[in-house]
Design a protein around this ligand. Sequence first.
Ligand code: ADP
Ligand code: MG
Length: 326
Amino acid sequence: MSPAPTPLLDRRLVIVTGKGGTGKTSVAAALGLAAARSGRRVLVAEVGRDEHVPRLLAPGSAPVGYAGRELAPGLTVLRIDPFEALGEYLGLQLGVRPVVDLVLRNRAFRQLMEASPGWRELITLGKVWHLEQMQLPDGSPRFDLILVDAPATGHGLTFLDVPRVVGAAVRAGPLRKHAGLVEAMIEDRERTLLLPVALAEELPARETAELALRVRRDVGIAVDRVVVNAVAGAPFPPGLDDLDRLLAKLPEATALEGLPSAKTLASCAAHLRSRFELNRYWAAEIGRMTELPIVELPHLARGIRGPLDLERLVPALVGAPRANAA
Ligand SMILES: Nc1ncnc2c1ncn2[C@@H]1O[C@H](COP(=O)(O)OP(=O)(O)O)[C@@H](O)[C@H]1O
Ligand SMILES: [Mg+2]
């Protein structure tokens, strides 16, 4: 028996990863909400140019930007734009921020950077490291928990491979030290966790299995569960599990008070059942293929639009993951 996983909210850094559209942003925001409510000082860091997290946590609020803002007591949100992070880093290293800003605004420079692999991820993680190091005047950490809503690049693995790759390539100098610090933070298995989010469908399931394998083989980061998001609920009321089959048995000529024919209704119901069963199948497969416990989140019919929807994800997210049957 492996030991019970550390509760998610007791970690220091949780990197939420997964393909676009799987629910990373919703999961990061829901965890932020739960962590702040539990009295922790929490930071949700959204990586990229757009702001989705503030819209979910505090609909209608002004953008939080790179400086970030506290949207609710204990709940700070910021957006890490890699170019801004690069400016900050170079400004700190060189001590000449105005010159750095000029360089960063230069179009040719930006084009060169857009085309260069790796720097974005390293600089972003460097910023996360910096945030993790921040302290209050009394010496306690500025943030108890940092949730990173990672960009949807491939597996999100490029994001984590970078410090190691850079560390190996650059043997001396400030970048080496920087990469080493970032790597040490990521590979701190007590405090840092990679949290993959997947949908219960074939393609995301296979990709998540591959991610789990690569993380185990190539990256030192801890992964102790997979979030399976938007899992369809049972389609029929309790006790009516085979509603579609009951409908299919009705004589074809049965009149149903202005409703479509029993046959049509039966095929609609059969469709609902098969979607449900397929979802169940792939949720279980994700557990089996990754050999990790899974956390299932319900599919909400109206999507995730604000704090009330996020609340509905919280109980399962902060609870213990379900060990897979194997
Ligand atoms: N559990 C859920 N039930 C219903 N809709 C969801 C659920 N989780 C996410 N969504 C919807 O799916 C879309 C993608 O979610 P989002 O959290 O932005 O994913 P990502 O950040 O991975 O791209 C959004 O429109 C969101 O409202
Ligand atoms: Mg997102």
